[in-house]
Design a protein around this ligand. Sequence first.
Ligand code: PLP
Length: 403
Amino acid sequence: MTTPSITREMFDDVMVPNYAPGKIIPVRGEGSRVWDQEGKEYVDLAGGIAVTSLGHAHPGLLGALTSQAEKIWHLSNVMTNEPAIHLAKTLCDLTFAERVFFANSGGEANEAAFKLARRYAWQHFGGEKNEIISFKNSFHGRTLFTVSVGGQPKYLEGFEPAPKGIHHADFNDLASVEKLISDKTCAIVVEPIQGEGGILPGEQSFLEGLRELCDKHNALLVFDEVQTGVGRTGHLYAYQMYGVTPDILSTAKSLGGGFPIGAMLTTAKIAESLGVGTHGSTYGGNPLACAVAQRVIDIVSQPDVLKGVEARSKRLREGMEKIGQQYGVFEQVRGAGLLLGGVLTEEWKGKAKEFLNAGLDEGVMVLVAGANVVRLAPSLIIPESDIDEALVRFERAVAKIAG
Ligand SMILES: Cc1ncc(COP(=O)(O)O)c(C=O)c1O
């Protein structure tokens, strides 16, 4: 199974140094367990980065992938294909959307969303209406447009000049949006729960207020649900939990359960602004990706699976809170469903990575969201016994650091 001549050290010799991967190389996964080259086993509370929504090697996803692989892999968008149409139909049936554009990642889905928002305004109100309001600490991807809309200046540093007309308000502060919005605003872009920014849920009144402001100024409300979508919050999409409906929604990560796919969802009227030839992607709507995502959505949208997220969330949150209290490491465990963040206390601020590394040593994979938050985004169907085992291991890791 492993290729002994491939080592972690080789990474530094052959790869662009934009990542700093951990010291192990995982080679196999099953459910919520992963094994590295040495055969050491881990409980996976990371799910990639909130991606493997049904764990590793899910038999249903394997079946969907292999049966599509035997039929046809690729057609390009010069032809359409059955899995893409089927998936688009399913997404429309289950959400506010009436039209779907497929991409290969979250960043690309957002790129399409932001381009569409500008083009819709240009078509309906003229070229002056091109300003985008997003939020400090937000994250929307790594293309030049998406790092510019994103609210973390460090990701834009050295890549300027950035696209113009982008303003950043304070998250959960409606007054700061009111100061920036005008009839020149074409869109407000927001993560309903800020993910990379620290698992910070949007307040109900804030998201409702954004909807009202958009309606007042003829601006589109764009929800980036790349991290919160596809069951992560116990609802298929977080907008359904809040009861605040966007005009455009981006989704990726959990959608493919580990197979690369992204999508932008919108209404029929808004979609018209991306007419033939205005936007595209060679791989977007790839049959393999759509067949896998179809199975993911079919499974995740079942009421008992979504309900199961809530039960698992409670178990995991309570376990983390207990560890937090016992060792004084978390001031709060926040988030929704299976997107949880342990916010480090003053004493441990800036040290989230230490908890991640100690977790790996003890056989549990966790994530960070910035330097102050330990993030958990496991499989939506992680067995409860794996949650318990992960908590035992994570407690051992915390005890080593803070015991
Ligand atoms: C909210 C959000 N939007 C967009 C992205 C970018 O997605 P991708 O890395 O698939 O381009 C991410 C990735 O972390 C994300 O969390």
